[in-house]
Design a binder for this molecule. Structure first.
Ligand code: AHG
Length: 280
């Protein structure tokens, strides 16, 4: 596992350099979801594939940017699902973006997720690892070394609310939940990049990030394998919870690697509010 974390660190340093220096324009290609890929999406994907395919314990790579799974080492143990540059459409306005990795065994189900990593490319580059019972934050220094900063733990209750999804497509019970949370004094924090938005909630002690089912998209937008499961594991290890409204996200299994799900990540008090709005 350690070799995989080291390969992710090398990828992060190369991707950060590309974000800072490369063309932020679109390519001619579309990904599986039909989004036109940025040149940076393609480059980040290639960098990660190059670094992770050198690791003997990696059996397969499943990228958000590719339709199919890539077989790497037949005798490898781990399957890695990753989103190379999440929120990449925010690069041209110079907001923070990220990379997300889920390291699985046997299949890409939530229960087989063994470790999770994400990288935030912001004013600083930070890397968070959820593994072995805890969540650790690292920061990149000027010698290209990631230094351990702290263990991340959520409080019982936070102050931030990050409500995703087109508001005029929210279902009435979801609209009421979000209104009630604001009436309870929570502050709005939503950049359009789940990595910096969830990172903020984790580091400020708590809150709620939601990307619900909507009338135009009953299965939500965010993908289980590449985005949702890794953050679900990190929130649980930090003492919070992650549900789809009713069920624990890590109990879900995608039928296809690109399947999406409604998702709620938060500290215990906020998830209690979600459950009472959703379970009836
Ligand atoms: P993409 O990588 O296609 O830019 O999507 C970003 C994801 C996620 O990071 C973010 O939370 C969500 O999409 C934002 O979606 P909305 O624009 O619908 O709020």
């Amino acid at each position: 596992m350690k070799e995989i974390f080291e390969a992710i660190k090398k990828s992060a340093i190369r991707i950060r350099y590309a974000i800072e220096n490369d063309d932020t324009g679109y390519s001619q290609n579309q990904n599986t979801t039909g989004d036109v890929q940025l040149k940076l999406d393609i480059k980040s994907d290639l960098i990660i594939e190059e670094e992770l395919s050198q690791i003997a314990s990696v059996k397969e790579l499943a990228s958000e940017e590719k339709e199919h799974i890539e077989k790497i080492h037949e005798d490898g143990k781990y399957l890695i699902g990753y989103d190379p540059l999440d929120g990449s459409s925010l690069v041209d306005v110079n907001l923070s973006v990220g990379s997300i990795f889920g390291i699985y065994e046997d299949d890409y189900s939530g229960k087989n997720l063994k470790a999770s990593v994400y990288v935030v490319y912001g004013p600083r580059v930070e890397l968070v690892i959820g593994y072995d019972g805890e969540v650790q934050l690292y920061r990149l220094d000027s010698n290209d070394k990631f230094n351990f900063i702290q263990v991340i733990n959520l409080n019982q209750k936070g102050k931030l609310n990050s409500p995703g999804g087109t508001q005029n497509c929210w279902h009435p019970h979801h609209k009421k939940l979000i209104e009630d949370i604001f009436l309870d004094g929570y502050r709005l924090r939503y950049s359009g990049g789940m990595v910096p938005d969830l990172h903020q909630i984790l580091l400020k002690g708590g809150g709620l990030f939601s990307y619900p089912a909507t009338s135009d998209n009953e299965k939500g937008k965010l993908r289980m394998t590449f985005e949702v499961f890794p953050f679900a594991q990190i929130f649980e290890l930090a003492g919070g919870e992650a549900i789809d409204g009713e069920r624990r996200l890590l109990d879900l299994t995608p039928l296809h690697i690109h399947d999406t799900t409604p998702c709620f990540f938060g500290s215990n008090e906020e998830i209690k509010k979600v459950k009472s709005a959703y379970v009836n």
